[in-house]
Design a protein around this ligand. Sequence first.
Ligand SMILES: [Mg+2]
Length: 218
Amino acid sequence: MTNIPLEAEPIDYKGTEVKNKKTIYLDMDGVIVNFVKGVSFILADNDMHFNWTSMRRGHDLTLEESYDMAKMLGLTPSYFWKQIDKRPTFWDGLHSYPWMKELMDMLHKQGNVVLLSSPSMSPDCVRGKTEWIQRELGNYYREYIFCPAKHKLKLAGPDTLLIDDSTKNVNDFINAGGHALLFPQPWNTAYELVHEEYGEDHVYTQAVIDYMERQLDG
Ligand SMILES: [Mg+2]
């Protein structure tokens, strides 16, 4: 009887803070969590990742404007968020991107990684994100901060690095005194750089990991 495990073993992210190492704030949605696929499932007829550029041009949006998925879908922000927030299991049901583990392994070698995510207005969002973290990273993973985007800036400093898919968040963090890297996605210029270098297959994990590794070293 004593051999019955009471809880699942945590996976390898113990979240131990190493002194004198920089803090790497890692955005969730659009970096390790596939928010776009989840939204596409309820509001579009296909995964929007695969026709982002044609949709963006169809709506006459700049790269930066296309970060706003409500605009990409031609919906008002209130309708868009209502569709998400009325689904209590939306957030915990999201998939991770295929590069998540490799990216986190790489970042853990460089610093103390803390997930940094801005929740929606729905209380289900924080609950769902917590469930997602425990499922994907282990029941004991406690390295996360949930706060509205404007408060992310208060974490900016000479020893902090933000990795985020939003051009605005990256620029704001740098202007607030931190370091920041743009994570490549079809809604930003980092994606175009990866695309130029790796061609049509850029979405694959290796291209993304190689690109981020070089950004971190540079
Ligand atoms: Mg994001």
